[in-house]
Design a protein around this ligand. Structure first.
Ligand code: MG
Length: 162
């Protein structure tokens, strides 16, 4: 691996929306009648970003690092998961250049929380806010996301050798 070499990684995740869970997205607690089902806190946006980072670094995927049958990771917060993944990636000699993500939800309206999510993600990864970008989509009533049965997220990340 030579200095200045760049790598990109891709991440995607989907969690079902259910009653009785709080909704956390991009590290931010968002008021809603439902939350995302999962062994962790279900923060689908943090999960997609973490997998993009791990993919770019060639360090596997979050399912291997944080197995969903390990009680140690029960309720694991997206911010903490991202922090640990960021530390692994930088510990392996990579510098995070940027992260670009899409979160797709029919409800609630996420745009009022966009800045807080950007800040929370950047902080967890120890990045300047300008290195993180986030788009919000609704899927227009189509598919499970569009019908409000699930929320999903996509992310790409670029790394360079430090
Ligand atoms: Mg997940």
């Amino acid at each position: 691996m030579s200095r200045g070499e760049g790598r990109v990684g891709l991440g995607a995740d989907l969690h079902r929306l259910v009653e009785g869970r709080s909704l956390r997205l991009g590290t931010v607690e968002i008021p809603h009648a439902k939350g995302l089902l999962g062994h962790s806190d279900g923060d689908v946006l943090c999960h997609a970003i973490a997998d993009a980072l791990l993919g770019a670094a060639g360090l596997g995927e979050i399912g291997e690092i944080f197995p969903d049958d390990d009680p140690a990771f029960s309720g694991l917060a997206g911010a903490e998961l991202l922090r640990r993944v960021g530390a692994r990636v930088t510990g392996a000699g990579w510098r995070i250049v940027n992260v670009d993500a899409i979160v797709r939800a029919a409800a609630p309206r996420l745009s009022p929380h966009r800045e807080a999510m950007l800040r929370g993600i950047a902080e967890a990864l120890a990045l300047e806010a300008g290195r993180v970008s986030l788009k919000i989509k609704s899927n227009e009533g189509c598919d499970a996301v569009g019908r409000g049965e699930a929320i999903d997220a996509l992310a790409v990340a670029r790394l360079e050798r430090g």
